[in-house]
Design a protein around this ligand. Structure first.
Ligand SMILES: *[C@@H]1O[C@H](CO)[C@@H](O)[C@H](O)[C@H]1NC(C)=O
Ligand SMILES: *[C@@H]1O[C@H](CO)[C@@H](O)[C@H](O)[C@H]1NC(C)=O
Ligand SMILES: *[C@@H]1O[C@H](CO)[C@@H](O)[C@H](O)[C@H]1NC(C)=O
Length: 397
């Protein structure tokens, strides 16, 4: 019997809780983010890494919509979705994204789109399709898996357009074979300007310490201003939040005091959530130096999901996708990929360069001014109180 395959792919761009008391449901995205970051760090050798917990959770929640039986209950528990029925959970998912997606000209653009590609021969339950469209900005589209070249072209073209041409050729024809049944492709696009941009003339090439013995030169942006800043003895780190224009979303950087302090910091972050860390920072005058950086990475989400205890949906003899397919066939999710791209510049993240001149501000002397210089490996997160859109670490230019 030919087995059916389901591909889950998440592009661009972030369980059970560790404690004994259940967190309030509103905290679930934050707890999920912490858990996902923890298992990814167990996995990864020390290289640049980034994940979108918000996009991963949303895409897996769409899989939950199509799951049945024990597969569904496992997803409910590990994604911390609570006890509500599917319709309610779909609504909650939509509300998280609507709240934050102010797709206006100004402010943050945060756009999550999802598409399900199905083999044109498979029958999909119509009620699944309705939910996908209404609550997940997702759509089911038939593909001819017997023509992988054409199928791949179609998927890649759609993805390029959704990501404003930052993600190209994610799939190759080898990713599609006649045994495939569904590809779930989802993309989170983020574009935002800093509330106060870094003057381009302040950017200078400076040392970035990869480890105590090795340094590399890197363009560093600099400005002095009011920022939320904190020092944590527990994390042995400085904390800084750089706000984006017209938004509650900030880039938070957690900078270890020691050049080689990243592994210890990440171990501790497995036990503390990012809202607790953010609460430690208060408005202060800070002299900020951070590198211009760019991260592009691909994470196989299947492994971290399995580490979080989501197993059944990936297993040929256990997966139950009866909420998705009209006919009973052995189906499972065989791939879960996560492709992300982040470009941090003087103007913000993945934004066009600012052309207008900015007058240099006159900065008065301030003996209390804090110095925050991110010239060694650090953890960063693009987040607000309700969700973690990206989290990762930058350890090497
Ligand atoms: C789901 O829950 C909501 C709120 O409790 C309820 O109004 C709705 O009828 C339920 N839907 C189904 C299909 O059970
Ligand atoms: C930021 O959060 C506050 C309080 O939660 C809210 O009133 C305000 O509208 C939010 N601003 C934006 C731009 O989301
Ligand atoms: C990053 O953004 C800057 C400013 O918009 C742009 O000049 C640069 O080409 C971008 N880098 C990449 C790799 O897209």
């Amino acid at each position: 019997m030919p087995s059916e395959w389901v591909f889950l792919v998440i592009c661009l761009i972030p369980m059970a809780s560790g404690g004994t008391t259940a967190p309030p449901l509103s905290a679930s995205p934050i707890v999920f983010a912490r858990n996902l970051f923890r298992v990814l760090n167990e996995e990864n050798p020390p290289k640049n890494m980034m994940v979108s917990p918000a996009a991963a959770r949303s895409a897996m929640t769409l899989v939950f919509m199509g799951a049945g039986g024990k597969s569904m209950e496992e997803l409910r528990s590990k994604l911390i979705l609570g006890a509500a029925n599917k319709t309610e959970i779909a609504k909650q998912n939509m509300e998280t994204w609507i709240d934050e997606c102010s797709c206006a000209k100004k402010g943050v653009i945060l756009k999550l789109v999802t598409r399900l590609y199905v083999n044109s021969e498979d029958k999909i339950r119509p009620e699944f399709n309705t939910k996908a469209m209404d609550f997940f900005n997702a759509q089911v589209d038939p593909l001819n898996y017997l023509q992988p070249e054409d199928a791949v072209k179609k998927v890649n073209k759609w993805l390029e357009k959704q990501t404003f041409y930052t993600v190209r050729n994610l799939f190759t024809p080898e990713d599609i074979n006649p045994d495939s049944s569904v590809m779930l492709v989802s993309s989170l696009f983020f574009r935002a300007k800093w509330a106060k941009i870094f003057p381009v003339e302040n950017t200078k090439v400076d040392d970035f310490w990869i480890n105590p013995r090795q340094r590399m030169e890197l363009p560093m942006m600099q400005q002095i201003g009011q920022f939320r800043y904190g020092e944590s003895k527990k994390l042995k780190s400085q904390i800084l939040q750089i706000p984006f224009e017209k938004s509650n979303i900030t880039l938070m950087i957690i900078l270890p005091t020691d050049i080689d302090g990243l592994p210890k910091l990440e171990e501790k972050l497995g036990l503390v959530d990012l809202n607790e860390v953010a609460a430690k920072s208060l408005l202060k005058e800070v002299d900020v130096t951070v590198p211009k950086f760019r991260i592009e990475c691909e994470v196989d989400l299947k492994v971290p999901m399995q580490k979080l205890g989501i197993n059944r949906i990936f297993e040929p003899d256990q997966a139950d996708l009866s909420g998705l397919f009209a006919d009973k066939t052995p189906q499972r999710i065989s791939e879960a990929r996560h492709k992300l791209f982040l470009n941090v510049t003087e103007t913000g993240c993945e934004t066009a360069p600012e052309t207008k001149d900015i007058k240099p501000e006159v900065i008065k002397d301030n003996p209390d001014r804090k110095v925050f210089k991110a010239d060694r490996p650090f953890v960063f997160a693009i987040r607000n109180k309700k969700n973690v859109y990206f989290v990762g670490h930058f350890s090497k230019p």
